[in-house]
Write a protein that binds this ligand. Structure first.
Ligand code: PGA
Length: 237
């Protein structure tokens, strides 16, 4: 199975970031599956301009199929633009926009209806981890975010909230332990898909992360805004 690298520009990126991406080298991504999730205003441009080895991803999708929902972008529109991946349930959407597990389950259904590859993010807060409740929390978050769907195909990104931010210290043993657990939970919940890690992935820690057997790939935030994205990819081979 190919390793996967996803970038997430969040509410960043501009013409210069497109230029930076166009200057990355195809060899850096050889043998990998790669995508970049751009703000919705840039989706059409990304679909036109991204090199063939880089798929366009959306950072979110509407829970609704279509209709009078000002500001929303539907799964059908993403499909029409040849978007391949959709990130759902990112902690920033959960925290700043009040997304609930039930909304995310609905978004997942929309992605599946339209044949879009969903990347579902789950992650605990520092407080949750410090009180030792993270395993139970993550299992429940995963279960509720797939909303009781069985035999669902979705990639899971483990993104501890305290590790997000581009330059946080990460703990390889913790990533190993939780991604192994996630694999077991996926069997239990009849989910098939890959397991990604996200949170302060950078050129210094990528080798250690990708060498973890239970990690199939990474989701990169801050470092996806610069040429470091290509360097991270080169170190995944
Ligand atoms: P980061 O973001 O790489 O900047 O920590 C990761 C994410 O939010 O997916």
């Amino acid at each position: 199975m190919k390793k996967i690298i996803g970038g997430n520009w969040k509410e960043s990126g501009n013409g210069d970031t497109f230029k930076m991406l166009s200057e990355l080298k195809e060899e850096q991504f050889q043998g990998l599956e790669a995508f970049v999730a751009v703000p919705s205003i840039y989706i059409a441009r990304a679909c036109r301009e991204f090199p063939a080895y880089l798929s366009t991803a959306a950072q979110d999708v509407s829970t609704y199929a279509d209709g009078a929902y000002t500001g929303e972008v539907s799964a059908g529109m993403l499909k029409e633009h040849a978007v391949k991946y959709v990130i759902i349930g990112h902690s920033e959407r959960r925290i700043h926009f009040g997304e609930e597990d039930s909304d995310i389950a609905q978004k997942l259904r929309r992605c599946l209806e339209y044949g879009l590859c969903a990347v579902l993010c789950i992650g605990e807060t520092a407080e949750c981890r410090n009180t030792g409740q993270h395993r139970a929390f993550l299992y429940n978050e995963l279960k509720a975010s797939v909303g009781g769907s069985h035999k669902v195909e979705v990639d899971i990104a483990y993104e501890p909230i305290w590790a997000i931010g581009g330059s946080r210290e990460i703990d390889i043993e913790q990533i190993k332990e939780i991604t192994q657990e996630i694999r077991k939970w996926m069997v239990d919940l009849e989910i098939t898909g890959r397991v990604l890690y996200g949170g302060s992935v950078n050129i210094k820690n990528i080798r250690q992360i990708i060498n973890i057997e239970s990690v199939d790939g990474v989701l990169v935030g801050n470092a996806a805004l610069s040429s470091e994205f290509g360097e991270i990819a080169s170190n995944m081979h």
